[in-house]
Design a protein around this ligand. Structure first.
Ligand code: G3H
Ligand code: 13P
Ligand code: ZN
Length: 328
């Protein structure tokens, strides 16, 4: 059944678990994630970015969610817009049947320029007012995602902040978070504490200098009833890097967010954990393996099925690790 983000995260808070939010762009990813939720009996957040909507078409995405809800009627499914950049994008997502939207006002509508606090409050507030009329949930973001090592925003795919960012911008200010939630009435708050999108988050296993989990603890103390969201939460597992590189890939050594750190976040109010990169890597590793082991192969199912299985396994691992399993 369809569920809003608010309904799901209220339940998660009550029972102290976290919910991974997995990005999808196509049918294979949708089926793989839903199979994992079914196997673990876990509620599900599926999210689509603006790029995903462009790639897959809103009608296709909407019908895909309808199909997953019909195939797995016992699994609560929240369909969420990832990184909306303005009221129009959020509204069209709602019109397509999304039960939750993110209004990311940490950046201006260009998705690159760090926005002023006033802009963020205004644009987020206008989206919550609109969305709440329709019973749709809203996630806001305060603080800019990016690297505490380099001061740079996301380096992948050209999305993320441009220019060198200060620690003030890269770490959510707990006091400001209190004011932001009060003014905007968001259902969930994404915070910045040193993670970035994509595979290249850290040049070493992160410690407290480059992954500031303490910020989450402070915010949770001040806002115990606000559902916190961690973006850029792929763990970028070493074994997935190895599979990709073993079969012709060239990924430089990199580190993501260790699962133990996410578990620490979940103890401190993190309820939604955004993961895309890990699933991309899981799929790509298997596609590379099958194609290099079977050079004459050209049936897409032969490489997409193992890719889906690898993705299902990763999703199951996260449902177990975050305590989501068993709550559907
Ligand atoms: O925002 C980050 C998500 O991984 C979505 O990425 O914008 O390339 O679809 P995307
Ligand atoms: P990753 O790139 O770490 O998977 O983060 C995804 C994300 O935050 C989507 O909003
Ligand atoms: Zn994100």
């Amino acid at each position: 059944a369809r569920i809003t983000l608010r309904q799901l995260l209220d339940h998660a808070a009550e029972h102290s678990y976290g919910v991974p939010a997995f990005n999808i762009n196509n049918m294979e990813q949708g089926l793989a994630i839903a199979a994992a939720a079914d196997a673990c009996n876990a509620p599900l957040i599926i999210q689509a970015s603006r790029g995903a909507r462009q790639y897959a078409n809103d009608i296709m995405l909407a019908k895909m969610i309808d199909a997953l809800v019909e195939i797995y009627p016992h699994i609560p499914i929240c369909m969420h817009l990832d990184h909306g950049n303005g009221p129009t994008t959020c509204l069209t997502a709602i019109q397509s049947g999304f039960t939750s939207v993110m209004m990311d006002g940490s950046l201006e509508a260009d998705g690159k320029t760090p926005a002023s606090y006033e802009y963020n409050v205004d644009v987020t507030k206008s989206v919550t007012e609109m969305a709440h009329f329709g019973g749709v949930s809203v996630e806001g973001e305060l603080g800019v995602l990016g690297s505490l090592e380099t001061g740079m925003g996301d380096q992948e795919d050209g999305h993320g902040a441009e220019g060198v960012l200060s620690h003030d911008q890269l770490l959510t200010d707990p006091q400001q978070a209190v004011d932001f939630v009060k003014k905007t009435k968001v259902d969930a708050l994404a915070i910045a504490m040193g993670t970035s999108h994509g595979a290249y988050k850290f040049t070493r296993k992160p410690d407290g200098d480059i992954l500031a989990m303490g910020v989450i603890e402070k915010i949770h103390q001040l806002l115990p009833n606000t559902h916190l969201v961690m973006h850029g939460s792929s763990s970028v597992p070493q074994d997935l890097q190895e599979i990709i590189n073993q079969y012709g890939g060239e990924m430089p050594q990199t580190w993501g967010v260790p699962v133990e750190e996410i578990q620490r976040g979940i103890k401190n109010g993190v309820r939604k954990v955004n993961i895309d990169t890990d699933n991309r890597m899981a799929m790509t590793g298997q596609i590379r393996r099958v194609l290099s082991e079977n050079r004459g192969e050209f049936d897409p199912r032969k490489y997409l099925k193992p890719a889906m299985d690898a993705m299902t396994k990763l999703c199951k691992d996260r449902f177990e690790a975050f305590g989501t399993a068993g709550w559907a």
